[in-house]
Design a protein around this ligand. Structure first.
Ligand code: PBG
Length: 326
């Protein structure tokens, strides 16, 4: 008698059966929602390059974060715009800066919402670079000292976690030391560990007004064609320096890196579904290329399946709000 074929379709027979055996679950619990804070009062202004994203002033952002928290999203990631840029990016570590004001307002209204802050200089320097310039180059060690000042200033304002996104060598260690010395031993660090010099940040640079005035970010962000081993080394170093969570960014073009990092390291892995990935879906859907909701879910499932424990995504709010079938 001939063997009957292995019938894989048995487990795909109905919606309930597919649900029963599915291996990947998206949950609002693992979403981080990025938000942009600008100087001023009473401002909620659409960001042209990013559909459904806004610049909020530190007073107006409170209502937005209330909504986000009520929807069940546990954490936000804050990006700031300064009143004015200078060569030292000094607004970034001003205790009364836009981000610092926003942190205080948000934590006062909602102590339970996790406030994560992006720690970088590109939106604050007049060169648009993520570090300070010395002899025409982005200087690593001077920048690390400034980053530690920024992180400390965010900690003093009440942030729960800092996320350095500059890609200087050794900055996680310098930030950890400074936080510890100043009593912030409980402050977590989510490091942008494997961050690539990617084309997919285009819409964000418009939103944060942070495009470099000269050159590019290739001397500090990772080469798009670097070996996976280089990414593992970056992550390993950040963990050794004290990173509590490590991040891979962007997400979709680097799913292999997410997957390898998940297998290799024990700390939570975050993936940043960046602005270009977000707008790729929005613009394609707008042109009728595919069903928007299905494309969003499929994308986020792919990121989760690759191994991301945490997904930072501009889709978080609408996913939570519309109660898409996650
Ligand atoms: C700052 C920073 C960038 C992003 C997050 N932090 C831009 C960059 O490195 O140029 C990109 C986020 C996005 O595209 O959604 N260094």
């Amino acid at each position: 008698m001939q063997n009957s074929p292995v019938r894989m379709r048995r487990l795909r027979k109905s919606d309930s059966m597919r649900r029963l055996v599915k291996g990947v679950n998206l949950s609002v619990d693992n979403f981080v929602y990025p938000l942009f804070v600008c100087p001023g009062k009473g401002i909620k202004k659409p960001i042209k390059s990013m559909t459904n994203c806004f610049h909020f002033s530190p007073d107006k952002i409170v209502d937005e974060t209330k909504e986000v928290f009520d929807l069940g999203i546990p954490a936000i990631l804050l990006f700031g715009l300064p009143e004015k840029k200078d060569s030292k990016g000094s607004h970034a570590y001003d205790d009364n800066g836009t981000v610092q004001q926003a942190i205080r307002n948000i934590k006062k209204a909602m102590p339970g919402l996790l406030v994560i802050t992006d720690v970088c200089l590109c939106a604050y320097t007049d060169t648009g670079h993520c570090g300070l310039i010395k002899d025409g180059k982005v200087d690593n060690d001077i920048t690390c000292e400034i980053l530690a000042k920024i992180a400390l200033s965010h900690a003093k304002a009440g942030a729960d976690m800092v996320a350095p996104s500059d890609m200087m060598d050794g900055r996680v260690g310098v930030i950890r030391k400074s936080l510890d010395e100043n009593g912030f031993i409980d402050m977590a660090i989510m490091s942008y560990s494997a961050k690539y010099a990617s084309a997919f940040y285009g819409p964000f640079r418009d939103a944060a007004d942070s495009a470099p005035a000269f050159g590019d970010r290739k001397t500090y962000q990772m080469d798009i064609a670097a070996s996976a081993k280089q990414a593992m080394k970056e992550i390993e170093l950040d963990i050794a320096e004290g990173a509590d969570i490590v991040m891979i960014k962007p997400a979709l073009p680097y799913l292999d890196i997410i997957s390898q990092a998940k297998q290799r390291f024990d700390v939570p892995i975050a993936a940043y579904n960046v602005s270009g990935e977000y707008m790729m879906i929005n613009t394609a859907a707008q042109q009728g290329v595919f069903d928007r909701q299905s494309a969003i879910i499929e994308t986020l499932i792919a990121i989760k399946r690759a191994g991301a424990d945490i997904i930072i995504t501009y889709f978080a709010k609408e996913l939570a709000a519309k109660k898409f079938k996650l």
